[in-house]
Write a protein that binds this ligand. Structure first.
Ligand code: GDP
Length: 429
């Protein structure tokens, strides 16, 4: 048995959905540990495409147990809608889907606050998805938040909601010139949500512990990516939770000594959504080419992603922060028609060569990428399942990346479908 943590090793959208889906085959329990419904995993099974925002994609495997941990913030309406979408496809969640009683709730005032704050920031906006996730985490840290367990105590919920509304309506009115929110419709809606959510609510830390004790493989799934981590990412252009591997322990409720393997998902090139520095970004035709071949549009928002070459500085940083034991390389096939293929090996900053990722944003903004060029392979690798079947240039590219990040690839993905994967080693072993 092993506990495996899967993290995005760039700016998110690395293709974690597919990798998690594959790794779920051998897991007894899949648990999501941070973020909210701003994440978007696209999973292709047969002819069907599923986009999941909040629920671990493990739910698509019949019989696997899935958990949304305390580190996640939950918008009940979004959660219920997602469950509805899954059930519509005749997938039964009964008894195998659990949400932490300690997870914080995203409330309607969080949405209003985030929309107001993003529009007030104008050009300096963070580029968030405006789903209330940041303000919900703010309330969690300010100890003002409402948690899933509070739904089960209507009187307390009522009081706390009214107190929070009194405070936030002042902000909403005075700072953002929006209509104040009324308590009654919120209370009515949340009473309905509670009835739907009641069977799912549990002490999920205990459930994880029991599964570990039973000797099951546990798969802990992070959302977003390392460079979007609240502490270690390109602050302030980050998400509001701990997307790095450490977040799995706090976001699910178990100790670091119980993690056996941290696997980083790494795209064969780089993308990022929203604002902020991106040293290996490309523009114009190349950017368009990446976007159209790699389908680089947000699964949750449809936003076009910014694209660029593989950045070894970024991924080395992710190796260090997460303690990666192995990585899964995704979307290798997207590079099939590119030639040559530059790889960013370091940054030049004021004449100096940097090999470590600078966490000072003003330094990062002034960094120029240093490239080496790999030859393209100009032939299709789509669907290949054997490393030796890859063209020599593709094999060399993969080996060079491993060398630059000092981490082996346990999986190499050559297409969106489960079967389109080179399985090099088993991360559960
Ligand atoms: P995630 O949030 O990290 O799971 O990333 P997304 O789901 O937003 O983006 C991944 C997209 O790439 C999805 O549409 C996947 O089906 C697709 N995908 C995943 N792996 C591969 C791959 O190896 N090759 C290609 N061409 N597409 C892939």
């Amino acid at each position: 048995m092993a506990t495996l943590v899967v993290v995005g090793s760039q700016w998110g959208d690395e293709g974690k959905g597919k990798i998690v889906d594959i790794l779920t085959e051998d897991a007894g329990l899949v648990a999501r540990y941070q973020g909210g419904h701003n994440a978007g995993h696209t999973v292709v099974i047969g002819d069907s495409e599923f986009v999941l925002h909040l629920i671990p994609s493990g739910i698509l495997h019949p019989k696997k147990r899935c958990i949304i941990g305390n580190g996640v913030v939950i918008d009940p309406a979004a959660l219920i809608e997602e469950v509805g979408g899954i059930e519509k496809r005749n997938i039964d969640l009964n008894g195998r889907f659990h949400i932490s009683q300690n997870a914080h709730l995203i409330m309607p005032y969080h949405l209003a606050l985030e929309k107001g704050s993003e529009s007030a920031l104008g050009d300096g906006k963070i580029g968030t998805t405006c789903r209330g996730i940041g303000p919900a985490y703010t309330d969690k840290m300010a100890r003002l938040g409402l948690r899933v367990a509070d739904l089960l105590h209507p009187e307390f919920f009522d009081q706390k909601l009214r107190a929070n509304l009194q405070h936030y309506n002042t902000v909403i009115r005075a700072l953002y010139q929006q209509e104040p929110l009324r308590a009654e419709p919120i209370l009515e809606a949340f009473a309905r949500y509670t009835e739907r959510m009641r069977p799912w609510i549990a002490d999920t830390s205990l459930l994880v512990d029991e599964a570990m004790t039973r000797g099951e493989n546990i798969l802990c799934e992070g959302a977003q990516g390392t460079l979007l981590d609240i502490d270690h990412g390109t602050y302030p252009f980050v998400t509001s939770s701990s997307a790095t591997a450490g977040g799995a322990c706090t976001g699910l409720g178990f100790g670091p000594g119980r993690v056996d393997h941290v696997l980083g998902v790494v795209k064969a090139y780089t993308t990022r959504v929203g604002s902020g520095p991106f040293p290996s970004e490309v523009h114009g035709e190349l950017d368009e080419k990446f976007r159209s071949i790699g389908k680089e549009f947000g699964a949750s928002t449809g936003r076009a992603r910014r694209c660029g070459w593989f950045d070894a500085v970024v991924v080395r940083y992710a190796v260090r922060l997460n303690g990666l034991k192995s990585a899964a390389l995704t979307k290798l096939d997207v590079l099939d028609t590119f030639d040559p293929i530059p790889i960013c090996t370091g940054y030049r900053y004021r004449g100096k060569l940097l090999s470590a990722f600078p966490t000072d944003l003003s330094v990062l903004e002034a960094c120029k990428p240093v490239y080496e060029e790999a030859p393209g392979w100009k032939t299709s690798t789509i669907g290949l399942t054997d490393f030796d079947a890859l063209p020599q240039e593709a094999q060399d590219y993969v080996r060079r990346l491993e060398d630059l990040i000092q981490t082996p690839f346990s999986l190499i993905s050559t297409g969106p479908a489960r079967a389109q994967t080179i399985r090099v080693s088993d991360p559960y072993r």
